[in-house]
Design a protein around this ligand. Structure first.
Ligand code: G
Ligand code: G
Ligand code: MN
Ligand code: NA
Length: 252
């Protein structure tokens, strides 16, 4: 397939870039982290969504190289933000990790990236979808434990959409649940039940929460009222390139 060859080429040329979406404290609006989101502008086809090219990378054996590129670039960017912003730099960067990256070697790749850039492990967080965790729960559990032992935080992405057993959740080494934006959208439509329950569940397990897809100030207020720890969405900030993220963080 032509698109796979183009993707391989884009990865080799480091033409896949990252945008960053701020995640802020619900309590006081302070910047907690930014989520790194991969971007690809194809020379002929224009922008291609990661919802297209990440699955393509997974199917074609390119997720390893793509994951390495994203991890490396995110670490490099944090060090650059530290240099230009000092204490105003984003405290942490969240990197999305695919199920296939849990297979093995993720710990070593993370250690290598942190060392290459001289970045402290506490500056990095990994987001793994609930469905990825359930592909091979035992393997996922041991990889997540290795990351946490390093001091890298772990969040479950799209929480509530992946049919994970709630009993299992209690034994997973994670720090944070990301409330899927479909439940935040339901809250906006007058159906708060699932968002309310996920936030309450996280709190009872001692986990923080990020509410995703916070598209209006009214939603930000409602989610803060429900006890969400952190907020992410267009109402707070859209995903931005590294320079725009620095300007955004520096202006606060
Ligand atoms: O903001 P956006 O349209 O970019 O994100 C679409 C989806 O693609 C999200 O579910 C996000 O988690 C996923 N995604 C974005 N960047 C990456 C990445 O670097 N790795 C993986 N595995 N998924 C990503
Ligand atoms: O990893 P995850 O599936 O959470 O990826 C985040 C995705 O959500 C990205 O595609 C990003 O552009 C998108 N996004 C971020 N904020 C909002 C929002 O307020 N509303 C909607 N609909 N999408 C958002
Ligand atoms: Mn994510
Ligand atoms: Na999500």
């Amino acid at each position: 397939l032509r698109l796979v060859a183009d993707l391989r080429d884009a990865i080799e040329r480091r033409a896949i870039t990252l945008h960053y979406q701020p995640i802020v404290s619900a309590a006081d609006g302070s910047l907690e982290a930014v989520e790194a989101l991969a971007r690809w502008t194809h020379p002929q086809r224009g922008r291609i969504s990661p919802e297209v090219f990440v699955p393509l990378a997974e199917e074609s054996g390119l997720i390893g190289p793509l994951g390495l590129l994203v991890l490396d670039e995110a670490c490099r960017q944090v060090v650059e933000w530290d240099r230009v912003l000092g204490a105003a730099a984003p405290p942490r960067v969240n990197v999305n990790v695919s199920a296939l990256q849990l297979g093995g070697g993720l710990r070593a790749e993370v250690v290598a990236a942190l060392q290459r850039h001289g970045l402290a492990p506490a500056r990095l967080s990994v987001e793994i979808t609930e469905s990825a965790l359930m592909t091979d729960p035992a393997a996922a559990r041991s990889v997540l434990q290795e990351l946490r032992d390093l001091g890298v935080a772990v969040a479950i992405d799209d929480f509530g959409t992946g049919y994970s057993s709630l009993a299992y959740l209690r034994h997973l080494p994670v720090d944070c649940l990301k409330v899927d934006r479909s439940f935040v959208a339901e809250l906006a439509e007058g159906h708060p039940q699932i968002a309310t329950a996920v936030i309450a569940l996280a709190r009872s397990l001692g986990l923080s929460t990020v509410a995703e897809g916070v598209a209006t100030p009214a939603l930000a207020a409602a989610l803060t009222e429900l006890g969400a720890t952190y907020l992410q969405g267009f109402s707070l900030a859209v995903p931005m390139d590294g320079a725009a993220t620095a300007a955004w963080a520096g202006a606060r």
